[in-house]
Each structure stands twice: as structure tokens, then as C-alpha cells.
Design a binder for this molecule. Structure first.
Ligand code: PLP
Length: 433
């Protein structure tokens, strides 16, 4: 029997179903750069990067060295009680890295979810208001707070409600809703009218604490908000004393060809959450926000024993070094153009490829039927065939191929992966799948 199967059969008895989204039957044994190897010794090109959590690739030697050195020195003393040099250095570095020419402070967490919970706390603390506005299609996490502001998966909230009160969800400005020949500005203004509806009918803007948005929705399908819409949204928050926060957990740290996804819009948010890739996949997250907002809550309003743990902080400092030294933001942009060329060329040849959205090494490719409607069955066939051929690529919202390789992927690995995807496309087109 294969080692993969033996381990999975055993694990099935011990692991709760709720804690895994089921895809391929593999057990990952090790990884290096953009390659992961399963328990049977088979290599795969990773086009998922651990859900955008390993932008620096698997086990980057510099990150490994930093983790090892820190682990020898001090694995943990809770930063909630006493400072340590590594976590302190990271706090300083992160405040300098976030956009905006104003004073900032950092609050550490262990996951993207708890960072988003923290943003709800800080916004409520600062404004003294209760309501939170978030967007349909957003994924902000799995804790009660973060889940309450999310709207992307029915199964995530099934059986566990009620969720947090005081959350208002508005439609995300998805380009799909754009009318033929409608300009970006007209489209933005039309959609922004929808955004304003709750405020004109039942929701007093001066009782809203926070607007939180993924400027490019990740799990929602890699969908970028239009420029003008974001400007109108930001202006609205300024006019109404609302904290404007962005979730950069998935799309931050170079993923989109810019350091932060909000950099595409030239806006400096009041607060942002980061996680996933910040420590190359170790459990570390942070909220970086305006000092006056972050100072509005007294201790111990947002402490966790291991938040900002020194080993994860050392990994984060090394991760930021790697991003700089290897120019991963530029690399994401450059290699993203190759991906754009590949997928848009393929879309001309295969009618089942619908909308193609790429921002850096970060893509959502819709698979559709003859009527242009989502084709979940074909999407599943494709990802399983691509897996058989040797690359890991999963789907989003049923019919979107999710393309998020580590930013260190080589051109050769990328070309190889495109070859596998092309073969799967070809087989689907010729009825072989
Ligand atoms: N925010 C975004 C945009 C995400 O994509 C995710 C995870 O996929 C989260 C928050 C939650 O992060 P975590 O899974 O680390 O709690």
C-alpha cells in the first residue's frame, strides 16, 4: 500500500472533518522552493503556496537559519508579559512597512482570523460605535468575529450560529456586474450607490465603527475592486469618521505584484491585518494601525500567550529580508505577466475558459459551460488531472482555478506547470476527461 494512503487512512480516524477542506489524497513529506514531495516520494509543482502562506517558497534556507538560531536562543516567553529583542525588532519593522505617513503601532496574533477579530475590537474601542460593514464574497477567517464579517461559504457558518451581531454585508464591486461599454468610473458610481443604500435606509453612518475590505478578494475568486469605487469608499469613511481597514492576509507581501494589495489604489488604510506569508507560514499575524486607534484599548484587551512568539518573529524578519533581497515583489509582477499571457492565450483556444484575472503571481481563472455559467464539474476534473500530471492547483468558489505559486518559483518550473495545465485543458476539450 502507498505510504500516502496508509497515513491518510490512519489519520481519518483521528482528525475532525471540519478541520480540513478535502482535495487530493496526499501527505506532504517535505518541500523546497516551489516543489513539494509526498510520502511516496512524488514531486509536485506547488501552485497554491500553502494558500498563499509560503511566498518565499518552502523551507527557504535563510528562513530556516533564522528559525534555528532563534530556537537555540529562546523559543518562547510570552510577549504579552515581557519584551524580547526579536519581537520588538519586528514590531518596528512592520510599522515602517505599512503604507501611510503617520504613526503606527502593531498588535500581534497567531492567525489571520484573530488579527481580523482584533481589528473589530480596535475599531469599536476607538470609535465607541458598534456596527461593522464588510463585503459579500469576503473571507476574513474562521474565529467567530472573523467569520461573522465573512460571506463566502455556507458550510462555514452552518449549525454554529448566531454569529456576531452588528455586521452589515454589502455587495463587492465585482467586474462581472459591469454593463457592456460601462466605463470604470460609471460602473464604480453605480455600484457605490448600492453600497450607500443601507446608509440611506436604516444604518446611521455615524454609528458605524469599521469598513473592512479585501481590495482584491482572495477566496472570493481573485477579484479586484475598481479604482474609483475604492476612492469613493475611502472618501465615505473619511466623511463619516469610520475606520477604514484592509485585510492583506491573503493578498499581501508581494502576492499581487505590489507589496500590499491596497498599494494598487494609492490609499493608506487606518488599519491592516497581515498573516499567512509574513513568517513564511509559521503561525504569526499582526494588525498594523494608526497609533491613536491602536492606543484606544487598554491592556489586556488583545493578548494571546504565543502572539508574536520570538521564533515566528525571527522567521518574519528573515522573510522580509528574502522579499527584499530576492526582489520578490517585482518577481511576482514579472512572472505574473507570463501567467497572464499563458492563461489569456488559452482562453482564446478553449471556450470553457471564462474570465481570466491575474494580478502578479495571483490568479483566478473561471471555468464555464457552453452558456457561460459556472462549470464546477469541469473545474474539478481539471484540478484532479493537473494533480495527476504533477502540479497542485485547487479551485475557489467551485469554478475558479486558483493560481498562487510561491513567488520564488523559477521560470522553468512555471513553464513546466503551464505544460501540465495545457495538457489538462486539451484533454477536457477533446472529451478525454
Ligand atoms: N483573511 C484572508 C483574506 C484570508 O484569505 C484568510 C485565510 O484564508 C484569513 C483572513 C484567515 O487566516 P487564517 O486562516 O490564518 O486564520
Amino acid at each position: 500500500m502507498s505510504k500516502n494512503k496508509a497515513i491518510l487512512d490512519e489519520e481519518k480516524q483521528h482528525l475532525a472533518d471540519a478541520s480540513r477542506v478535502k482535495y487530493f489524497d496526499i501527505v506532504i513529506d517535505h518541500g523546497q522552493g516551489a516543489i513539494i514531495t509526498d510520502a511516496d516520494g512524488r514531486d509536485y509543482i506547488d501552485l497554491l503556496a500553502s494558500a498563499s502562506a509560503t511566498n518565499t517558497g518552502h523551507s527557504h534556507p535563510k528562513v530556516v537559519a533564522a528559525i534555528t538560531a532563534q530556537a537555540k536562543k529562546l523559543i518562547q516567553y510570552t510577549p504579552a508579559y515581557f519584551a524580547n529583542t526579536t519581537t520588538a525588532a519586528l514590531a518596528k519593522r512592520l510599522t515602517a512597512l505599512a503604507p501611510g505617513n503617520f504613526d503606527k503601532q502593531v498588535a500581534f496574533g497567531n492567525s489571520g482570523s484573530d488579527a481580523n477579530d482584533a481589528m473589530i475590537k480596535f475599531a469599536r474601542g476607538f470609535t465607541g460605535r458598534q456596527y461593522i460593514v464588510s463585503f459579500i464574497g469576503a473571507y476574513h477567517g474562521s474565529t467567530y468575529g472573523a467569520l461573522s464579517i465573512s460571506a463566502v461559504s455556507l458550510n462555514m457558518s452552518r449549525q454554529i450560529g448566531p454569529l456576531l451581531p452588528g455586521i452589515v454585508k454589502v455587495p463587492f464591486p465585482d467586474q462581472k456586474q459591469r454593463l457592456p461599454n460601462e466605463s470604470d468610473d460609471d460602473f464604480s458610481e453605480r455600484l457605490f450607490k448600492q453600497f450607500k443604500l443601507p446608509f440611506e435606509t436604516y444604518l446611521p453612518a455615524d454609528e458605524v465603527a469599521l469598513v473592512i475590505i479585501e481590495p482584491i478578494q482572495g477566496d472570493g475568486g481573485i477579484i479586484k475592486a475598481p479604482q474609483k469605487y475604492m476612492s469613493l469608499l475611502y472618501k465615505f469613511t473619511r466623511e463619516n469618521g469610520i475606520v477604514f481597514a484592509v485585510d492583506e492576509v491573503n493578498q499581501g507581501l508581494g502576492r499581487t505584484g505590489k507589496m500590499w494589495s491596497i498599494d494598487h489604489f494609492g490609499i493608506a488604510p487606518d488599519m491592516m491585518s497581515i498573516g499567512k506569508s509574513i513568517a513564511s507560514g509559521l503561525p504569526l499575524s499582526a494588525v498594523i494601525g494608526r497609533t491613536e486607534i491602536m492606543a484606544s484599548l487598554a491592556a489586556p484587551a488583545n493578548v494571546y500567550t504565543t502572539a508574536g512568539n520570538p521564533v515566528t518573529a525571527a522567521a518574519a524578519l528573515a522573510t522580509l529580508d528574502v522579499i527584499e533581497e530576492e526582489q520578490l515583489v517585482m518577481r511576482s509582477k514579472k512572472l505574473g505577466l507570463l501567467a497572464q499571457a499563458f492563461f489569456s492565450q488559452a482562453a482564446k483556444r478553449y471556450t470553457f475558459i471564462g474570465d481570466v484575472r491575474l494580478y502578479g503571481l495571483n490568479g483566478g481563472i473561471d471555468i464555464v459551460d457552453e452558456k457561460g455559467l459556472p462549470d464546477n464539474v469541469a473545474t474539478t476534473k481539471l484540478i484532479y488531472r493537473i494533480f495527476e500530471l504533477g502540479a497542485i492547483m485547487i479551485s475557489l468558489r467551485g469554478n475558479t482555478l486558483r493560481f498562487q505559486p510561491p513567488l520564488v518559483i523559477t521560470e522553468q518550473q512555471l513553464t513546466q506547470a503551464f505544460g501540465m495545465i495545457e495538457q489538462a485543458f486539451n484533454e477536457l476539450a477533446s472529451g478525454k476527461l
